[in-house]
Design a protein around this ligand. Structure first.
Ligand SMILES: Cc1cc2nc3c(=O)[nH]c(=O)nc-3n(C[C@H](O)[C@H](O)[C@H](O)COP(=O)(O)OP(=O)(O)OC[C@H]3O[C@@H](n4cnc5c(N)ncnc54)[C@H](O)[C@@H]3O)c2cc1C
Length: 228
């Protein structure tokens, strides 16, 4: 499918959101991702990338949200930054199973940095559909200034008393105790883990060692980012 670039905006620190309008109607489920191709003289990381759709289906436009490291950016992200309104970009149909399986269940979201993108889409869609949100968001970031969607998430937690955010900054890591504390408040939660690949791999082991049933866990791995 072809998408037309509309605009970009800084969401927080070096987190930038890119907004695209689909030429033809496109459907996706909150939490899904798509594959982009941006032909250019690419570095060794090539001219294709996967990005989660950070917008909710109800928003109709496709948003992607990423960190732009201005000093060490890949050529792909440099090209993304050069897009002008009306420029076309090629993307595949959205796919992926990091979606809510049951909106009545209770959730623990274990998120590292930019891994928040599928959760932002999921929460926004639940809000628009008028469904309650019963979830704990354990959200790890390097520092206060890099918490993406901070204001939006806090606003949701104020409106939904059963949606709680627990921030973990720098050396204050999400650990077994934090997970046990969060789980004890919720009945039989489902665990959704998203973030830099090494962090997600670590929680794969942690949750399994804690005895969480594999069927109750979903993972979303973001390659190209270091552990927080
Ligand atoms: C299903 C899926 C969904 C995803 N969703 C998102 C999303 O919503 N948002 C998002 O930001 N990413 C997402 N990703 C990851 C994304 O596809 C990129 O891998 C990631 O953003 C890194 O981008 P980049 O490779 O352009 O590197 P950059 O972000 O430009 O650079 C990242 C870092 O790579 C290091 N680096 C620099 N040069 C090199 C080099 N030559 N070789 C190796 N490392 C180098 C530097 O430390 C630099 O800071 C997703 C991936 C998958 C598979």
């Amino acid at each position: 499918m072809k998408l037309l670039f509309k605009e970009k905006s800084i969401r927080q620190g070096n987190v930038t959101e890119f907004i695209f309008e689909p030429i033809q109607s496109v459907t996706w489920k909150a939490g899904q991702y798509t594959h982009f191709t941006l032909p250019h003289q690419a570095d060794d990381r090539g001219d294709e990338r996967w990005f989660t759709i950070s917008s909710a289906p109800s928003e109709r436009e496709i948003h992607i949200t990423t960190r732009i490291n201005t000093e060490r950016s890949s050529t792909f992200k440099q090209e993304l930054m050069k897009l002008q309104p009306g420029d076309a970009i090629e993307a595949d149909e959205p796919s992926g199973d990091f979606i809510l399986s049951d909106t009545d269940r209770h959730y623990i979201f274990i998120i590292g940095g930019i891994g928040i993108t599928p959760i932002r889409s999921i929460l926004k869609q639940l809000d628009v559909e008028g469904k309650g949100i019963t979830a704990k968001l354990l959200y790890a970031n390097r520092d206060e200034t890099s918490i993406a969607y901070k204001d939006e998430l806090e606003e949701l937690s104020q409106r939904y008393p059963n949606f709680t955010i627990i921030n973990f900054i720098a050396e204050n890591r999400i650990d077994n105790t934090a997970i046990i504390d969060a789980a004890s408040d919720l009945s039989n939660p489902l665990y959704y883990v998203s973030g830099p690949e090494p962090m997600v791999e670590q929680f794969e082991t942690t949750l399994t060692d804690m005895g969480v049933d594999k069927d109750n866990i979903k993972f979303d791995y973001f390659p190209g980012y270091e552990k927080i």
